[in-house]
Design a protein around this ligand. Structure first.
Ligand code: DHB
Ligand code: FE
Length: 279
């Protein structure tokens, strides 16, 4: 049987890719951020997951605001990144896992989640930056990745109670897959951030830390928030917290927190790195 062994929350901002490409990890600005990552990299290299299910939001590369699936997932064998205008160098493709992807897609639709199913899909920084953080030098080709996109750009957006339920439905789907696969789930993005408008640069550390605590011990309590609450408490782009909530849903039961590094601000965001082991 396939088994979800753990979950990871991580920032996905494009500035990370530029910092890595330019060797800035040890500079005073970046060090407190990058210092959090070695324990998570070590755990992944020890556990050697076969598959990463990765929740992210497409920021306009594949789905622009004229066509915006609420929930989309890839079922391809390979995913390409392309130029998003951030100056990130061209990077190698990401390996897919079509068999488990199709199993999850079928199971989700049966379960009431009518996904947009993508046999071809370009993936943006929300997916590639976290993979590069975990396997620097873009050395992630050996890991199979299933991209799951949650709309966080264009209202109306799915609410935390729905994204937690999506994660749970994916967790059940994985558990009903016959092959012995080790799966880790990533939730990328967040935490508090506002990129534009009067409150640009707004960060709410206390709220971010409360969210990280609740993701560990009481994820259901996060479903009391609407997306407007998230915007008020964490800034306009704090809706990206939905990816972290979906990740936690997929872990289904109790978890053990193995590692955490909260640092803010990094660019315009609060960065919450957390490694959870599924009990
Ligand atoms: C930034 C944050 C994001 O979530 C993103 O997708 C792009 C940029 C930032 O703070 O720079
Ligand atoms: Fe983002």
């Amino acid at each position: 049987m396939a088994k979800i062994i753990g979950g990871v929350t991580t920032s996905h901002i494009p500035a990370i890719a530029n910092a890595m490409a330019n060797g800035l990890e040890e500079t005073p600005y970046w060090k407190p951020f990058f210092d959090g990552y070695p324990p998570v990299r070590d755990w992944l290299n020890e556990q050697k997951p076969d598959v990463i299910i990765l929740f992210y939001n497409d920021h306009g590369l594949e789905f622009f605001i004229d066509k915006k699936p609420t929930f989309a997932m890839g079922v391809a064998d390979e995913y390409y990144n392309s130029d998003e205008g951030w100056g990130i160098p061209t990077i190698p493709p990401v390996t897919g896992e079509s068999e488990l992807s199709w199993h999850i897609a079928n199971s989700l639709v049966e379960d009431g989640f009518d996904m947009t199913i993508c046999q071809e899909m370009k993936v943006d920084h929300g997916l590639t930056v976290p993979l590069n953080l975990m396997w620097p030098g873009h050395n992630y080709g050996h890991v199979k990745v299933i991209p799951v996109c949650i709309n966080c750009e264009q209202h109306p957006m799915p609410q935390p109670k729905r994204t937690l339920a999506l994660g749970q439905a994916i967790g059940r789907a994985v558990e009903s897959f016959d092959d012995d696969l080790k799966v880790v789930v990533f939730g990328t993005g967040g935490m508090s951030h506002q990129l534009d408008g009067e409150r640009a640069g707004f960060i709410n550390r206390a709220f971010d830390i409360e969210c990280l605590d609740k993701l560990v011990s009481d994820p259901e309590s996060l479903t009391k928030y609407s997306n407007y609450d998230l915007v008020e408490l964490g800034g306009a782009q704090a809706v990206e917290l939905n990816m972290l909530i979906a990740m936690r849903g997929a872990l289904l039961g109790e978890v053990t927190e193995l590692h955490r590094n909260y640092h803010a601000p990094i660019s315009n965001t609060g960065s919450g790195l957390m490694l959870l082991e599924n009990k």
